[in-house]
Design a protein around this ligand. Structure first.
Ligand code: GLY
Length: 387
C-alpha cells in the first residue's frame, strides 16, 4: 500500500502521521535529517525490542552521536512515577541535552510515559511516536496527551506535549497478541460511536477483517481513526470541549481499570469497551438513545470478542461505591459534578455534567452483574482467548 501522510495542523507544533506497511525498514524517509550528531534515546518495552532495535540502527546509520535503548517491562503498571524517574535519571546520566531526540517505540503505555519524560526533560526534548499496537496507532500516539498513573487514578499526572512525527507501521500489528489487538479495536469503534455512524456500519461489516489483520481493512481503519482524531485535536488541542468526546466510555473505563489494579486483569481498551456500553446504557436510561442502540453497540463489541460488562471480568472485585469514588477524581469533574459523554444515538455524542447519580449507580450495578443470575464469568468462558 502507499504510505498515507496526514498532517496535524497545530501551527508551530504541526506534524505528520505516516501510516503504511514496511515503514520501519525505511525509517530514514520519516525521521529528521538532522539526527546527525544528536544523542538519541529509544524507549520501548520488552515485547517489542526488535522494533526498537530497528529504530536504533536507523539513528546510528544516520550519524547520531550516541543511541541508547531503554527497555521497560510491558503493562499499564509501567506508567508510574518510578518508571518516569528511572528513565529521566538514565537519560540525564547518559548524555541527554536539549538537542536530544527521544523515540517512543511501543503501545499506549510507552507512548504516554516516554512522551511525558520528553516533555519534562530539560523542559522539553523533541520526541517521535512509533506506535506498534492498534490502540496506539489509532489513538494514544496522536494528539499529544502524555502521562502516568497514580494510586488516585489513571493519567492524573501528565502534560499536553506534541510529538514531531507519528510513524505507524501496520506491519508491527502482526506480532501483537490478539487480546491487545481487540483492546485497540475498542478505540476504533469509539470514533464511529461518537460522530460517524457510517464508519460504525462499515465496522459492523468489516470489523472481523480488521481483527484478522486484512491489510486493506486495517489500513482503512487506522487512517479513518487518525483523520477523526486529527480533526478533533486541531479544533481543541487542550480538551476544553470537543476533544472530551473522545473520552466516550472512559470515565467508567478508567474507574474499572483502577479497580482492576493496572496488572493485566483488564486492558485499557477492554475497560473502554465496557465503559462505552455503560455510556449507551446510561443515555438510554436518561431517555436520550434507544435500547436498540445499546443492544447494537453491545452486540458488535461482543461479536468482535470484547468484554461488554464488568461482570465478565473474572477476578474483578469492586463495588458501586468504590467505582463512584474513583470517578469523582476524574479529570473531567467540574465544580464537583461528574461529566459524562452521552449519546443521542450511534454517531452522535455530547458532553453533560447533568447526570443523576442514581442512574449512574444503577448502570454500574447492572454492569457489575449479579452472581446469582450467573452473569459473572460469562465473558471469560465465551471468549477463551482471554487468559
Ligand atoms: N485518547 C483521547 C484523547 O487523546 O483525547
Amino acid at each position: 500500500m502507499n504510505t498515507k501522510i496526514l498532517t496535524i495542523d497545530l501551527d508551530t507544533r504541526a506534524y505528520d502521521i505516516f501510516i503504511g506497511t514496511g515503514l520501519l525498514s525505511r525509517l530514514q524517509d520519516f525521521i529528521p535529517d538532522d539526527v546527525k550528531k544528536r544523542s538519541v534515546f529509544v524507549i520501548t518495552d520488552e515485547n517489542v525490542t526488535q522494533y526498537a532495535q530497528t529504530v536504533s540502527e536507523a539513528a546510528t546509520n544516520l550519524g547520531a552521536s550516541k543511541v541508547e535503548v531503554i527497555v521497560m517491562p510491558p503493562g499499564e503498571g509501567t506508567k508510574s512515577f518510578s518508571s518516569m524517574q528511572k528513565i529521566s535519571e538514565f537519560m540525564l546520566s547518559n548524555g541527554l541535552n536539549r538537542n536530544s531526540l527521544i523515540f517512543a517505540v511501543g503501545g499506549g503505555v510507552i507512548g504516554d510515559l516516554a512522551g511525558f519524560c520528553a516533555s519534562i526533560a530539560m523542559r522539553g526534548v523533541e520526541f517521535i511516536q512509533v506506535p506498534t499496537t492498534l490502540l496506539a496507532q489509532v489513538d494514544s500516539s496522536v494528539g499529544g496527551k502524555t502521562g502516568i498513573n497514580t494510586a488516585q487514578g489513571k493519567n492524573l499526572i501528565g502534560s499536553f506535549y506534541q510529538p514531531s512525527a507519528v510513524i505507524a507501521d501496520i506491519e508491527t500489528l502482526k506480532t501483537l497478541p490478539k487480546r491487545e489487538l481487540l483492546a485497540g479495536y475498542a478505540e476504533v469503534a469509539k470514533y464511529g460511536l461518537i460522530q460517524d455512524e457510517e464508519f460504525f456500519k462499515w465496522l459492523e461489516q468489516n470489523g472481523a477483517r480488521v481483527c484478522s489483520l486484512e491489510q486493506d481493512a486495517v489500513a482503512y481503519a487506522v487512517e479513518k481513526s487518525c483523520r477523526a482524531k486529527a480533526l478533533t485535536v486541531e479544533a481543541d488541542e487542550k480538551e476544553h470541549g470537543r476533544r472530551a468526546l473522545l473520552n466516550l466510555g472512559h470515565t467508567f473505563g478508567h474507574a474499572l481499570e483502577a479497580a482492576a489494579g493496572y496488572n493485566g486483569l483488564l486492558l485499557h481498551g477492554e475497560a473502554v469497551a465496557i465503559g462505552m456500553v455503560m455510556a449507551f446504557e446510561l443515555s438510554s436510561r436518561m431517555g436520550l438513545c434507544s435500547n436498540d442502540d445499546v443492544e447494537r453497540v453491545e452486540k458488535h463489541l461482543q461479536d468482535i470478542g470484547l468484554p461488554t460488562r464488568a461482570a465478565y471480568i473474572d477476578g474483578l472485585s469492586t463495588t458501586v461505591d468504590d467505582l463512584i469514588e474513583v470517578m469523582r477524581r476524574d479529570k473531567k469533574v467540574v465544580s464537583g459534578n461528574m461529566v459524562f459523554v452521552l449519546v443521542n444515538r450511534v454517531g452522535e455524542a455530547f458532553l453533560s455534567a447533568d447526570v443523576p447519580e442514581d442512574l449512574v449507580r444503577a448502570v454500574l450495578k447492572d454492569s457489575l452483574g449479579d452472581e446469582e443470575k450467573g452473569t459473572k464469568g460469562k465473558w471469560k468462558s465465551k471468549f477463551s482467548s482471554h487468559s
